[in-house]
Design a protein around this ligand. Structure first.
Ligand code: PEP
Ligand code: MG
Length: 325
């Protein structure tokens, strides 16, 4: 079975009737890239950089970060590489950077909130990413965006980093695409406003589901309530994709939901531009896409959008996957 899947590595993810899903990989280290390429990932849709900062005694320097980002860019050739700026807090901690004790860490001091509050830390990372942009299809992505103001403040620091590189005479891509994660309900509801501030969106369903349903993604006791196929989530996905496409910017999905083969009809219906998933999911999703009729899947997704409960939707999508096996 594994060998059979590996034959799919070099095949595009096309449905039986020719609709293509563009599949990219989520990575958190350089060593995962070979496997991502082997399995046919057409880019890195999410590079979780927090792992560069973890399990070490101090912050990584600009040079250390640059060398890693450059390796990723070079290895991926002409494919896009979306580097997400630091997303610590919530469940992720750093030994040398004490975060305050919080009653609600996932509603607290995390991700872009920390970066905007620690300008030097943030600028160092942006300098490293910008320098790597001279070596491949590097893009920048900000996590946990909840307002237009945050994007503007982040971009202000990005411009300062660019000015610094200009002064040093260091090359970088001046037109580097800058995108944002859509993973907070507020971002979904102002998605139309955010399209004016960002070059692309990437939907982080892991956090989006947690925040929309008020279900802590780490809490075992309520894990049965964590429903990616909740009608509220489907509506939020649609709002985000529609807003992006109305403004002509691309939108991808990079949460775990993208790697769940049952979700394929939803992405075909919404017209999502890219799916980024864990490397382990790539071949499975590709295989399922090859066995799917886009025409049928879109009809099925339309039915999902009229349904009232998570369980009904999930059942319909599960039965569909089983019927194409
Ligand atoms: C997400 O929230 O869906 C996501 C992709 O980011 P992370 O899982 O790193 O929070
Ligand atoms: Mg997230």
């Amino acid at each position: 079975k594994k060998q059979q899947l590996e034959l799919l590595a070099s095949v595009d993810a096309l449905t039986k009737d020719g609709a293509e899903l563009h599949l990219a990989a989520n990575i958190s280290s350089v060593k995962e890239l070979d496997l991502a390429l082997k399995y046919g990932a057409k880019g890195v849709g999410l590079f979780r950089t927090e792992f560069l900062y973890m399990d070490r005694p101090s912050l990584p320097s600009e040079q250390e970060q640059f060398e890693i980002y450059r390796q990723v860019a070079e290895k991926m050739g002409n494919y896009p590489v979306v580097i997400r700026t630091l997303d610590i807090g919530g469940d992720k901690e750093l030994d040398y950077f004490t975060l305050p004790e919080e009653d609600n860490p996932f509603l607290g001091y995390r991700a872009i909130r920390i970066s905007l509050d620690h300008k030097e830390l943030f600028k160092t990372q942006l300098l490293a990413i910008l320098r790597a942009s001279a070596y491949g299809g590097v893009r920048i992505m900000y996590p946990m965006i909840s307002s237009v103001d945050e994007v503007r403040r982040a971009n202000e620091i990005l411009r300062e980093a660019m000015a610094e590189l200009d002064e040093r005479g260091t090359p970088y891509n001046r037109d580097i695409p800058v995108g944002i994660m859509i993973e907070i309900p507020a971002a979904v509801t102002i998605a139309d406003l955010l399209t004016e501030e960002a070059d692309f969106f990437s939907i982080g369903t892991n956090d989006l589901v947690q925040y929309v349903l008020a279900v802590d993604r780490m809490n075992e006791q309520i894990a049965h309530m964590y429903h990616p196929y909740h009608p509220a989530i489907l509506r939020m996905l649609k709002m985000t994709v529609d807003a992006a496409h109305q403004s002509g910017i691309p939108v991808s999905v990079c949460g775990e939901m993208a790697g769940d083969e049952r979700s394929i009809p939803i992405w075909l219906k919404l017209g999502v531009d890219h799916l980024s998933m864990s490397i382990q999911s790539l071949l499975k999703v590709k295989h399922r896409t090859l066995n799917t009729s886009a025409e049928e899947a879109v009809k099925l997704a339309e039915e999902c959008f009229t349904m009232r409960t998570s369980l009904e939707i999930e059942q319909l999508l599960t039965d569909y996957v089983d019927s194409t096996k």
